[in-house]
Design a protein around this ligand. Structure first.
Ligand code: B12
Length: 137
């Protein structure tokens, strides 16, 4: 299973990105890591180029709220992304907020899974559960 990952926007927090890369590989995924400072369009381009089934985005400085709103529109400009699973995690807002409300907002933006300040392994378990639910793995 191929996964494209990276940190969205002008965000240089790299530690979680390295951990995500290692944790995904340890779970048997094939990882295409775009690293920090990645713009939304670059993520979709990489998904198309690699044929990835999962797009896993991090935002640590909270600016994803700005990018998140553009996700549906941008995704609709690509063909063949109907089955792509989109996941986002990290600090999904600037400041604090209710995790459930924030996750619901990101699901509205088009993400299948949104993890605000949820630890990585819990998030990866959520992905595995969704893949099982969809009969993919
Ligand atoms: C180290 C650090 C920095 C370093 C980064 C060095 C580097 N190259 O990585 C420096 C000093 C450069 C920095 C800069 C800034 N930082 Co900073 N930084 C931190 C700090 C202290 C630790 C981040 C870290 O590495 N944690 C360790 C990793 C392992 O944990 P993590 O990032 O939280 O990731 C975990 C989870 O979030 C989760 N996760 C992450 N991504 C994903 C994705 C998925 C799909 C899933 C499931 C889970 C998941 O998995 C990880 C492990 O469980 C945090 C505060 C903190 N204690 O978290 C602030 C923090 C992230 N920074 C913050 C800010 C504001 C900034 C600056 C804007 C400050 C400034 N005014 O300049 C700049 C941003 C610059 C930029 N362009 O992005 C804020 C963000 C606030 C917000 N979102 O509301 C924080 C939270 C500090 C704070 N409390 O205000 N920072």
């Amino acid at each position: 299973m191929k996964v494209v990952t990276g940190v969205v926007g002008n965000d240089i927090h790299v530690v979680a990105n390295r951990l995500i890369d290692l944790a995904l590989r340890a779970r048997g995924y094939e990882v295409f890591n775009l690293g920090v400072n990645t713009h939304l369009q670059e993520f979709f381009d990489a998904v198309v180029e690699t044929g990835a089934q999962v797009l896993m985005i991090s935002s640590l400085n909270g600016e994803a709220e700005g990018w998140g709103r553009e996700v549906r529109l941008l995704r609709s400009q690509y063909t063949n992304l109907d089955d792509l699973i989109m996941m986002i995690g990290g600090n999904l807002v600037v400041g604090s907020g209710n995790g459930e409300d924030i996750a619901a907002r990101y699901r509205n933006y088009g993400f299948d899974i949104a993890c605000h300040q949820v630890d990585l392994n819990t998030g990866l378990d959520m992905l595995a559960a969704l893949l099982r639910e969809r009969g993919i793995q």
